[in-house]
Structure formats: structure tokens, C-alpha cells
Design a protein around this ligand. Sequence first.
Ligand code: ATP
Ligand code: MG
Length: 206
Amino acid sequence: MRRKLNCQNKKIGIMGGTFNPIHIGHLVMAQEALEFKNLDEIIFIPAGFPPHKNKDITSGLKRLEMVKLATEGNEKFTVLDYEVKKESKSYSMETIEYIKEIYQDCSIYFIMGEDSFMYIEKWYKYEEFLSEVTVLVARRSFDKQKVLREKINKINLDGYYVEEIPTAFLDISSTEIRKKFSLKKNPRYYLPDKVYNYIIKEGLYV
Ligand code: ATP
Ligand code: MG
């Protein structure tokens, strides 16, 4: 168990994802969230998966390394290996409980993209999860603006806290980046240089 930290009401952002690989869409939304809510820190938490179930997913340690490379140099961005070190699938609710145990008395802001938010009711213990955090949603596509805002209003009327991050639309996804690598196209400008160089060195996504 890690040392308990007294937060003194700090505002902590959580940025979860598969990050296979991390790209500038993730980094832009994290920075926008940080500035929008005046957060003190953003913790990037790459998801873990049971190795036997996901043979085709890049190993947790490699995804973790890419997140570290992408975030180093930003003193407000930190990386947590909690989920990749777990053998079992991690649910966000469990991660939040872990974070709350360490960062006592902090306000937790969970940052996610609109595609994740649209299916929030499918998340494990989603009502408990929504009771514990403020959700910050990054829009992802122009044509879904109306449905996204309706959904945000509905969840807020249910008594939870959700806000849209005013961010640019960045039509970038890890899936598209993996596809570009495998088709021998060059997605280098979708990624920080260090992450791109790591992918080439490790021969990922070919
Ligand atoms: P994949 O294509 O493999 O699903 P991804 O690009 O969606 O990858 P994830 O690791 O699944 O990346 O995303 C982590 C979080 O970041 C999710 O909540 C997702 O909605 C959000 N996200 C990722 N890319 C963007 C983007 N370009 N704009 C807004 N939100 C994004
Ligand atoms: Mg995704």
C-alpha cells in the first residue's frame, strides 16, 4: 500500500485509456481539461488486460512506457501503473477507490471522450462512479454535438456532475494510427516524436 497523501482539496484529473498508442488527441484533451478546471495534476492510467484474453493488444508495459514518454516534461502530468500491474481487468470504479485511498480529500475529475461517455450506463457500478467524480467530457465529432449535450443534461438532471471540455475536434484515434502503421503510411505527426520513435524501435503495429 502506498503512502497516504493529504490533498488539501487539490483537484486531481484522471485520464484513463488503452493508449495503444497514446496520441496528441489524448494530450490535447488532458491539457484543455487541466486549464478549463484549473486542475493541480492529471494522472494518466493505462488500462490493464488479462494477458491470456488479449493476445493482440500491445503489452501493458509498452503502452505504459509510451504514456511515460509522451508526458515527461509536463510537471502536471503523472503516470500510474496501477491498472497495467493488475492481473484482472480493472474497472474505473475500483481505480477511483484506489485513488481516493491515496489522495485523501481530493476532488476527482475523470476525463473521457464523448464515445466513452455515451455508454456510461454500461460501466461497472456507473451510478457509484458518477457519485464519486466530476466527469469532464471531450467532444470528438462535430455531428454528435447535439446528442452529446442532451446526454450531459440528462445525467446532470439525475444529480451528477458532468461538464463538456471546450476543446478542438481532433479526429484522431489509436485505431487509425495502428492502421496507418500497418499500411506503411506515416502517422508520425499524430504522435509525440518520442512515442513515434519508440514504436519504430520496438517494431509495433507492423
Ligand atoms: P482506440 O481507437 O484504440 O479505441 P482511442 O483513440 O479511442 O483508441 P483510447 O485509449 O480508447 O484511445 O481513449 C482513451 C480516452 O480518450 C477515451 O475516453 C476516448 O474517448 C478519449 N479520446 C481518445 N481520442 C480522442 C479524441 N481524438 N478526441 C476526444 N477524445 C478522445
Ligand atoms: Mg477508444
